[in-house]
Ligand binder design. Structure first.
Ligand code: ZN
Length: 180
């Protein structure tokens, strides 16, 4: 078995275990792993499956933010490149939510190519969820704010991958249509 296949199987297994008790915020409360596999699949399609580090990062991208994983855990299991990529797309949780959102708009442009691709895939998955299973209790205005913000983040990292950007654009158009 190739090292890439081994890495991805381990990353998928680890991500599923780490997020085992979590559900998406949507009314359908999908298992969290669905978001992670969707992000990895978007990245795989957009890059022709050529970058296992990127796909592992996709599977693991929320472990530092939302589970008890540490950078050291990730580096030990998946190597320093994967750990650094996940760290790059992780918000500083000590900051207030609005500040974290503002920083994503401001800082994403300065990040690595992989981190930017991961952000676009993440926002694409999130916008699809807004349409297919909107978060319970969110007002129309809050949904609309999220969609506007997601587009601002993605705008700062365009020009790297046309296929991924068009997947985002389709999800964005769909979200805007649904929200009127
Ligand atoms: Zn995510």
């Amino acid at each position: 078995m190739s090292a890439d296949v081994l890495l991805l199987a381990r990353a998928a297994d680890y991500a599923a275990r780490q997020h085992i008790a979590q559900r998406r915020k949507g009314e359908r409360a999908e298992p969290y792993i669905n978001h992670l596999t969707e992000v990895a699949a978007l990245l795989a399609e957009a890059t022709g499956g050529t970058d296992a580090t990127l796909l592992a990062g996709g599977l693991l991208h929320d472990t530092l933010e939302d589970t008890d994983s540490t950078y050291e855990d990730l580096a030990e299991r998946f190597g320093p490149e994967v750990a650094a990529l996940v760290a790059e797309v992780t918000d500083d949780k000590s900051l207030p939510k609005d500040e974290r959102k503002r920083l994503q708009i401001e800082k994403t442009a300065g990040k690595s190519r992989r981190a930017k691709l991961l952000k676009i895939a993440d926002k694409t998955s999130n916008l699809r969820s807004m349409v297919n299973s909107p978060p319970a209790g969110w007002t129309e205005a809050r949904l609309r704010d999220y969609v506007v913000w997601a587009e601002q983040v993605v705008r700062s990292c365009r020009g790297l991958n046309a296929a991924l950007e068009s997947a985002f654009d389709a999800a964005y158009a769909d979200a805007k249509r649904h929200l009127g």
